[in-house]
Write a protein that binds this ligand. Structure first.
Ligand SMILES: [Zn+2]
Ligand SMILES: [Zn+2]
Length: 271
């Protein structure tokens, strides 16, 4: 077989594998977290809105956007496989932790600045689709325009040429980001804790939920670092997390009884 045909087949095999796995994870997480949310209605962040009404349209958009994300990953891995990049570092369990953390730090910086760019006048038209989800749900994480996705997820295609991460680290990071992003858009808070607020750099679901609801704060993905340094963190974020910590009941695995209507049942707004 000629080398070009073989290369093309290899690229599409990598892409197909990553795409199938990501779609599977998207639905498994979506339905799994929805199951948990149904049992913990008082953990809803935006009490009066119901983003779930957008489920069908968001799933449809996600199937296309996930293809763009996976293409970025496939480009990075394929370039490594072909020897077009620095030779990737060998994988070892001793270095896996620090390398994974480095990948998170670099991705977070990439995401923050790409996201700030997408909020400029010139680029907002590409980002607008994602912001139609005012009260995000588990289906909203990948409900993103294709140019927007190429910018925010282009990291994998680029980083392979800059840092010789072992392929397994890039894949593990992609998996982690899918899980993190789905929880980050879940609309229900399970992670409010002292480590999710100042002086810690970590976040909880409320962080990105506020970005959707209030629009002009909280651009980062994993850490509040860039938002704090550049003054784009919501001035009420830390206080809200502290309040949620105090209010949160124990996580329930049982459906609430029908006879006791919650705020959930009485909400009327549609998003
Ligand atoms: Zn945004
Ligand atoms: Zn979002």
């Amino acid at each position: 077989m000629n080398a070009f045909v073989q290369g093309t087949l290899t690229f599409f095999a990598i892409l197909a594998g990553i795409y199938a796995a990501t779609v599977l994870i998207y639905f498994a997480l979506g339905y799994g977290i929805t199951w948990l949310n149904d049992r913990n209605p008082e953990r809803r962040i935006q009490k009066g809105r119901r983003g779930e009404k957008r489920k069908a349209v968001e799933i449809r958009q996600s199937m296309a956007s996930i293809l763009v994300t996976c293409t970025s990953v496939a480009i990075g891995l394929f370039a490594q496989y072909q020897g077009w990049t620095f030779t990737p570092w060998a994988f070892s369990w001793w270095t896996a932790g620090p390398l994974f953390l480095l990948c998170m730090v670099l991705f977070d910086a990439w995401f923050y600045f790409a996201h700030r760019l997408l909020h400029t006048k010139l680029f907002y038209k590409y980002h607008l689709l994602h912001h139609r989800s005012v009260a995000p749900t588990v289906w909203s994480n990948d409900s993103i325009g294709l140019v927007d996705t190429a910018l925010s997820q282009g990291f994998y295609a680029v980083i392979a040429f800059v840092v010789p991460f072992p392929p397994l680290i890039l894949l593990a990071h992609r998996l982690f980001d899918q899980i993190n992003g789905t929880f980050g858009h879940a609309g229900f808070e399970y992670f409010a804790s002292p480590t999710a607020r100042y002086p810690w750099p970590l976040l909880c679901t409320t962080y990105h939920d506020q970005h959707h609801a209030e629009f002009k704060y909280n651009y980062a993905n994993y850490f509040s670092f860039w938002d704090r340094v550049l003054g784009t963190i919501s001035p009420v974020y830390d206080r809200r997390v502290e309040t949620l910590e105090g209010e949160a009941p124990a996580i329930s695995l049982k459906r609430p009884s029908q006879s006791a209507p919650t705020q959930e049942a009485t909400a009327t707004s549609d998003r």
